[in-house]
Design a protein around this ligand. Structure first.
Ligand code: FDA
Length: 394
């Protein structure tokens, strides 16, 4: 049976970061992944340009921007290996980058540059692809990892197998099963950063809007996001909806403002004074995409000309635009979800090292853990920070 100091399960963002750090400390490292290529999610992320971190992340806002049963758990790792630290590596590797909205940093070129940078950082660490991890067992002082290529013995094991999102890309959720096999609790898991779907009766009305995108504001409960909202053939998508999907629970309604920052009632009243003969939906179409205007007028139960309606009716229409309430029936699920909410319960782990408190030598990092960030580079930053933290000690 081959033997090494540290076995890392998963050659994704977190696993590659941890492997580089362990190797730098002179540890003998083997990284296992069942995929044919490492870092596949990095490659497709950010539309192929990898939104690799977010420079707005700070100690003050981190607990708000990461979801977890214990949102403060992530603070230690995030403040020890920061967005600035990762950016410094990007710059050292000569990777050109740019900032989009809200602190989001992207590569100017291909996301594969980030994978290449991480692979270069592996040094002498061994990368075994096409090797599926089946289970991890404790033996004496160390562990045995059962794989499709036979067992492997190691003193330390870092579980970096991600969550359940996009099984087609290799997600298996095995990290959660490994945790449970050692008696660690796994919190409820569900798809996150995911498009929401509508019931047939709502779809009948919104399906003709498929393809329309507006700068909107979507809210679930008290949490709202000002970003693009996109109508799809199955419901709603776009960054504002993906963000809000993390906070939405089945059975609840979301509220969408289709024209944030504008006063639709006042704008219509002003138009009425000058062009009262215009059909109501045509008047609204001067402020919103035409089909969306017709939809809002119909939903408000109105018709006819602008001049036919008093201020109360215009306010009803404006409420339809600014506070459209819709109750999604579900989400597109793990098939398209960017992340998995929930995972290995944080109380089982040491926040500084990611080591399981009751299983010395076993570590959990990245998406496998119950830490999920907002859209915008936060999830990769968690992968880098938690991978770095484990990589200092394993
Ligand atoms: P990750 O999923 O990256 O790696 C896990 C590895 O484990 C995989 O290589 C997998 O093959 C392997 N594995 C699983 N089961 C195994 C088994 N049984 N045996 C062997 N190997 C196994 N985030 C962000 O911050 N900015 C962005 O731009 C994007 N964009 C984006 C786009 C899309 C389409 C998706 C799906 C996701 C994003 N994300 C993102 C989220 C980001 O990709 C995610 O948070 C990180 O990849 C998580 O890193 P991990 O290393 O934890 O898991």
């Amino acid at each position: 049976m081959s033997e090494t100091d540290v076995v890392i399960l998963g050659a994704g963002a977190a696993g590659l970061m941890a492997a580089g750090e362990c190797a730098r400390r002179g540890r003998r490292v083997t990284v296992l992944d069942h995929a044919a290529r490492p870092g596949e999610k990095i490659r497709i992320s950010g539309g192929g340009r990898c939104n690799f971190t977010n420079r707005e992340l700070s100690r003050q806002n981190a607990a708000e921007r990461f979801l977890s049963e214990n949102p403060r758990f992530a603070l230690s790792a995030l403040s020890r290996f920061t967005p600035a630290d990762f950016l410094a590596r990007i710059e050292r590797a000569g990777i050109a980058w740019h900032e989009k909205t809200a602190g989001q940093l992207f590569c100017d070129g291909k996301a594969t540059q980030v994978v290449e940078m991480l692979l270069a950082g592996l040094g002498p660490a061994e990368l075994r692809l096409g090797t599926a991890v089946e289970a991890v067992r404790r033996t004496g002082e160390g562990f045995v990892v059962d794989t499709s290529d036979g067992p492997l013995r190691a003193g330390r094991v870092i579980v970096a197998t991600g969550g359940k999102s996009i099984p087609k890309m290799g997600a298996t959720g095995i990290g959660h099963r490994i945790a449970e096999s050692f008696g660690l609790r796994v919190t409820e898991t569900r798809p996150g950063l995911v498009p929401l779907t509508f019931a047939a009766q709502d779809l009948e009305k919104t399906a003709p809007l498929a393809g329309i995108a507006v700068a909107g504001r979507a809210s679930a409960g008290r949490t709202g996001f000002d970003e693009a909202v996109l109508f799809t053939h199955r419901g709603l998508s776009g960054p504002a909806i993906l963000q809000v999907s993390n906070y939405w629970r089945e059975g609840e309604a979301i509220v969408v403002d289709l024209a944030p920052g504008r006063d639709i009632a006042a704008a219509l009243a002003a138009m009425r004074a000058e062009a009262g003969r215009v059909a109501l939906h045509n008047a609204l179409a001067r402020l919103l995409p035409e089909k969306l205007a017709a939809f809002a007028v119909a939903e408000a139960g109105l018709a006819g000309r602008l001049a036919d309606h008093g201020n109360r009716a215009l306010e009803r229409l404006a409420a339809q635009v600014h506070r459209w309430q819709v109750r999604p029936v579900g989400s597109e699920g793990y098939r398209t979800a960017e992340v998995t909410l929930g995972g290995v319960a944080t109380e089982a782990l040491d926040a500084k090292t990611m080591e399981a408190r009751n299983v010395p030598g076993l570590y959990f990092i990245g998406e496998a853990v119950d830490v999920t960030g907002w859209l915008g580079g936060y999830n990769f930053q968690w992968a880098w920070s938690s991978g770095w933290a484990a990589g200092q000690v394993a």
